[in-house]
Design a protein around this ligand. Structure first.
Ligand code: DSN
Length: 452
């Protein structure tokens, strides 16, 4: 294979950047070191393989075109068409879908495309409330969705679980045109079949957003919504270890006609382009194809197994150390902790941990009275650690590191705190050793200490 030219091309790009724009180069290098030398427990992210990044940074960036393979509005699409077809085929195969659209620029775009293809301004949407773990695009007033549609949020029961009887009662009362299932911060499995039954009872469409658990769904470790939902959406950079971007999938309902005679698949196709987006990001489309090839491997399934068992182990270790873990555990990659009993805010915990080279994210929790930039909770996830090869055996030590920092923090306000220097140095050293022992595959360690 004549790949030398692409290697030379990539090398020249990096060399030119280093020479012509040292400031920007240093920043990118700093970010590389930060990723390789910190312990990341952010549930909403993962790490793309260098071959995925090679696709997203490829010369496909230079192809401007609109439309779909075989029906483009510009010339020069021979390779772009084949690449998009490949991405579509892989998405369908990985998720057992009858239809896939690989052009959405993000998970949010994918949701907007589905929502705006079905509803008229003022129509009703019922989705999981933001503070209960929902997403902005599921109906929050802070999102265009909450501004253009009449939205209502369903919450959780007293123990923090979805209560399907309550959702059903609310659906009968509110009569939404669209019911949305899926979450950004819910650590338990979601019964998509039940949500579809509720949607059918009230004559609503059902959209399942699996952005957070797409890898578990693909690996068969979380029930798939694809044949239950009318539409399934996901971002591709969380649990699919892919590029920034989104997918829209349709299962058995793909050829179901809408009142205007068009099928669901046809509606999504034209809602994506020309209604919502113009030129697709073809580099991202290629990167999605590459990431999806990785998802179809036995190694990926094994990694997803580690994601789940290590999250359970992390939850149990934190609960054992006295932290209030919402729902008492997890079924997926996510662990949500209420920091109120520990006397900390989410932002203080996030900043103190980051000083110690552990990256997490603050999160509002059900009933939270604090602002989204302060919060009372932490959301942790095991997508990164599982990729590094860490499993349930390593999680007690991980929880111990978290606890060492959180127990030592002295808050001096909602956002301010003091952290003894000795704790910071000791934990950073432990993190450094852990990252050396469990490097990110195919990300060579830089020759330096823990990133600033
Ligand atoms: N949806 C946001 C989150 O879950 O944090 C980011 O993609």
């Amino acid at each position: 294979m004549d790949d030398a030219v692409l290697l030379e091309f990539a090398r020249q790009g990096v060399e030119t950047l280093a020479q012509a724009d040292p400031r920007l180069y240093e920043l990118l290098l700093g970010e590389y070191r930060r990723q390789t030398e910190t312990l990341t427990l952010v549930a909403a992210s993962s790490v793309a393989d260098p071959s995925v990044l090679a696709c997203s940074g490829a010369v496909l960036n230079n192809v401007t075109t609109e439309g779909y393979p075989g029906a483009r509005y510009h010339g020069g699409c021979t390779f772009a068409d084949e690449i998009e077809r490949l991405a579509v085929e892989r998405a369908k195969q990985v998720f057992g879908a009858a239809y896939a659209n690989v052009q959405p620029h993000s998970g949010s775009s994918a949701n907007h495309i589905v929502i705006f293809s079905l509803l008229r301004p003022g129509d009703r949407i019922l989705g999981l409330d933001l503070d209960s773990g929902g997403h902005l695009t599921h109906g929050s007033r802070a999102s265009v969705v909450g501004q253009y549609f009449e939205t209502k949020g369903y919450g959780l029961d007293e123990d923090g679980f979805l209560d399907y009887d309550r959702i059903r009662a609310l659906a009968h009362e509110f009569r939404p045109k669209l019911l949305i299932g899926g979450s950004s911060a819910y650590p338990r499995a979601i019964d998509f079949r039940r949500l579809r039954e509720i949607a059918d009872e009230v004559g609503a469409f059902f959209l399942a957003d699996i952005s957070h658990v797409a890898g578990l769904v693909a690996a068969g470790l979380h029930p798939s919504p694809v044949d239950h939902a009318h539409f399934t959406t996901t971002s591709t950079y969380k649990q699919l270890y892919g590029p920034r971007g989104g997918l829209i999938l349709i299962g058995r309902d793909h050829d179901r006609p809408l009142p205007n005679g068009r099928t669901l698949a046809e509606a999504v196709q034209s809602a994506t382009f020309p209604f919502y987006q113009g030129t697709p990001n073809l580099g991202a489309v290629a990167a999605k194809a590459r990431a999806l090839a990785g998802v179809a491997t036995p190694e990926f399934r094994a990694r997803m197994g580690r994601v789940v068992t290590s999250a359970s182990s992390l939850a149990a270790s934190l609960a054992g150390a006295g932290y209030r873990v919402l729902t008492g555990g997890t079924d997926n990659h996510m662990v949500v902790v209420d920091l109120d009993p520990a006397g900390l805010t989410g932002v203080v915990a996030e900043r103190a941990l980051e000083e110690c080279a552990i990256v997490v994210n603050k999160n509002r929790i059900p009933g939270d009275r604090r602002s989204p930039l302060v919060t009372s909770g932490l959301r942790l996830g095991t997508n990164h650690t599982a990729l590094r090869g860490m499993g349930e055996r390593e999680m007690p030590a991980c929880a111990e590191l978290l606890d060492r920092v959180l127990a030592a923090v002295r808050p001096t306000g909602d956002r301010a705190y003091q952290l003894p220097g000795g704790v910071r140095e000791a934990v950073r050293e432990e993190v450094r050793r852990t990252c050396e022992r469990f490097p990110i595959p195919s990300y060579p360690q830089a020759l330096s200490g823990v990133a600033g």
